[in-house]
Design a protein around this ligand. Structure first.
Ligand code: ZN
Length: 136
């Protein structure tokens, strides 16, 4: 079976954990001049998207105590929360991760923001970086 030509793995977005979205948004939007991309809230977080070429910076502010972002902020403070890569074939990529002994947080793709399927990999297997995978 011939595979259609893939687009290759790209950075879809970088998720930043912030305590107050409204306090840091002007830096990215007004100082760095990044266009706002409206995003729905997800996983107990209010999210602002900012375009950086084909990639986004996502500012993640917790709205619910005990949410993943709230826990991250409690433990580590504001900073880079995760990096999301868009891949050509999410199932195949997860299978390769599994075969390579990478610890998966999501064994199977689940619905994420914007109706796309996503899966997270455990930072213990990825040099301390929480990696999210998604499809184009
Ligand atoms: Zn993400």
């Amino acid at each position: 079976m011939t595979q259609p030509p893939g687009r290759g793995t790209r950075i879809a977005h970088i998720g930043l954990a912030v305590r107050e979205l409204d306090a840091i948004l002007p830096f990215y939007r007004d100082v760095l001049g990044m266009a706002e991309a409206p995003l729905d809230d997800a996983d107990g977080a209010r999210i602002a998207g900012l375009a950086a070429g084909d990639s986004l910076v996502e500012l993640l502010e917790p709205v619910a105590p005990g949410s993943p972002i709230a826990k991250f902020l409690d433990k580590r403070g504001p900073g880079i929360h995760h990096v999301c890569f868009a891949v050509d074939d999410l199932e195949a990529t997860l299978a390769r991760c599994r075969a390579a002994g990478i610890r998966l947080i999501d064994e199977h793709p689940r619905p994420g923001a914007e109706g796309k399927r996503i899966a997270f990999l455990h930072p213990a297997s990825t040099a301390g970086v929480l990696v999210e995978l998604t499809e184009y």
